[in-house]
Design a protein around this ligand. Structure first.
Ligand code: KG4
Ligand code: ZN
Length: 356
């Protein structure tokens, strides 16, 4: 099925065409230059720009796919979570497109779309063909979630952040030190030149084992926290200085290492406990080079007990916000016969995840 996907949940105005899981086009018009002055996304600017751009961006996606409007067989758009004003623009555009062409329409969840991204086929790139169930590592600007994924629409949260998201911590630290905007990519780049052992930042201690009768129980076993690390890096730097003459790059590298190790500690506990042998990552932070290297190392270390373990990352262009993941996930729903009513509304909050 040829599906047009639309994504406007934050500051990327994106449209894409997917057919049988193959990405035919993937257009992302970024608003980064318009928000960089404020070192963060200004919601009002974002929604206004989506309104101005969405028509051309969607047209460009159809053109780059080598198709005509009449070739599109279904439409999908992100409905949640995200900035409400921004979401509404893309959602209503896609609904109007489907209504005008009498096409099936589906509203999708942005986080499920991130988790689906690695299954999409882009020419020349590896594709994830992992069977369900697997462990999902969803790390973006607004969310950090370790989950069990039983199907493209069946996700159970095992652990999540109790305060800031991982990407949010990257963004706030980059903003504080003026490392660049957006923060995650800027820190990743700066950290390449730094010494990650220069500062020893604290790891949060959320995990509390306790006994109930004869059973061992755990609180927060897979949960994450970033506010302590953020405070340490921003306000208490001198307390954690272990090497003299440290540079910005050392701060970036030491922070990045700690931020990623926080994620991995919880993730590896989940691997151990669930016995699931496949990890699928998604979201903007999944582009992080230290995270990718550490996970590959973990999987490929010869003396690692988890020799069967496999890890899949989306191609870099599908880690951050894009509409190919929306079209791809939308195609799955539409092929199953699912349809959203045209009065479906947007929501700022996550709706699609089950809790344990
Ligand atoms: O998935 P995404 O594009 O948007 C949301 O759904 O939030 O994720 C954006 C987040 C931002 O916090 C950004 O700083 C972070 O992903 N990010 C990175 C990298 N590239 C983007 N974080 C760490 N390393 C990167 N290379
Ligand atoms: Zn996202």
């Amino acid at each position: 099925m040829v599906v047009l996907g639309i994504e406007t949940s934050c500051d990327e105005c994106a449209a894409a065409v997917v057919h049988n899981g193959i990405v035919l086009s993937n257009v992302v018009a970024t608003q980064i230059p318009f928000h960089s002055k404020w070192q963060g996304v200004v919601p009002e600017i974002a929604s206004r720009m989506h309104t101005e751009w969405i028509y051309d961006v969607a047209g460009e996606a159809i053109k780059r796919a080598g198709l005509k409007i009449a070739d599109i067989e279904g439409a999908a758009a992100t409905a949640h979570p995200g900035l409400l004003g921004s979401l509404l623009v893309g959602l209503h555009f896609a609904k109007a497109f489907a209504w005008a062409r009498n096409l099936p329409f589906i509203a999708v969840d942005h986080l499920l779309a991130h988790l689906y991204a690695s299954r999409l086929v882009i020419e020349g790139q590896d594709v994830c063909s992992a069977d369900y169930p697997f462990l999902g590592l969803l790390v973006s600007g607004g969310h950090s979630v370790i989950c069990r994924v039983d199907n493209f629409d069946d996700v159970t949260v095992l652990g999540t952040t109790v305060d800031d998201a991982a990407g949010e911590a990257f963004d706030k630290i980059a903003k504080h030190y003026s490392f660049g905007y957006p923060g995650g990519a800027a820190i990743d780049k700066l950290a390449q030149k730094g010494n990650s052992e220069a500062f020893k930042f604290p790891m949060p201690n959320l995990y509390k084992p306790y006994k109930q009768g004869n059973d061992a129980r755990y609180d927060h076993r897979y949960d994450l926290s970033y506010s302590g690390l953020k405070t340490a890096v921003v306000n208490q730097l001198e307390q954690f200085r272990v090497l003299p003459d440290t540079t910005d790059a050392d701060i970036a590298a030491s922070f990045q290492k700690t931020a990623v190790e926080i994620l991995l500690r919880a993730l590896f506990r989940a691997v151990e406990d669930t016995g699931l042998q496949t990890i699928v990552a998604g979201g903007g932070v999944a582009a992080n080079s230290y995270l990718r290297t550490r996970l590959e190392e973990y999987v490929h270390t010869a003396d690692n007990k988890q020799t069967e373990l496999k890890i899949y990352f989306p191609p870099l262009e599908l880690c951050g916000d894009n509409a190919a993941m929306v079209a791809g996930l939308g195609e799955q729903y539409l092929l199953r016969g699912d349809r959203s009513p045209l009065n479906v509304s947007a929501s700022a909050r996550v709706r699609a995840f089950k809790r344990r």
